[in-house]
Design a protein around this ligand. Sequence first.
Ligand code: FES
Ligand code: FES
Length: 222
Amino acid sequence: MPNDKTKSDLEKDSSKTDPTSAKPGILGPVSRRSFLSTFGAAGLVATTQPLLAAAQGSSLDDAPAAPEGTVPLTLRVNGTDHKLNLDPRTTLLDCLRENLALPGTKKGCDHGQCGACTVHIDGRRVNSCLSFAVMHQGQEITTIEGLGTPEHLHPMQAAFVEHDGYQCGYCTSGQIMSAVALLKENCGPSDEDVQHGMYGNICRCGAYPNIIAAVQQVRRQA
Ligand code: FES
Ligand code: FES
């Protein structure tokens, strides 16, 4: 029959594809040359990447890729640098509370209306719910945790305690952060001036008279 080939005929046919090819086996029709060029290139990449990284003064382990959808950034909070990978849409408030475990800054409205989330950025008061964390690289962020400690209260914290400037306490960290920054601003001397300057900090418990008394005491002490 015309299609019947002997074993020796088949071996001759396969060797025609490439005079350098090995006998047909697990590599099928892949030639020795293409095998060596393919796997040789892969080996070259594998061996040169660590060398390149070493030449650049870093190791591959030093620069892990940020998870998809995040950006790497460093935030300086209460005097400590924190390296983070964050979704760029993360608010500073959520970053502080959920990524840095600093729950002293409170989430009230999450819309810039209550002041419970007030922190300092380079000494100025900011509603952290209205600001993205990625906007604050290179700045000094201060939260209520960085203002004083239970053993060494900031004068404003001590005045709030002395004047009962709180009831439930939910607004208090924002009130204190706002009051500390207020006294560095151009605020008039009267109680009405302080009331006006603290306008963005809501207290649902209505502790306003005591809050103003505390702020005025700190001002007199200063
Ligand atoms: S939580 Fe930011 S202003 Fe209310
Ligand atoms: S102390 Fe309760 S909201 Fe201000």
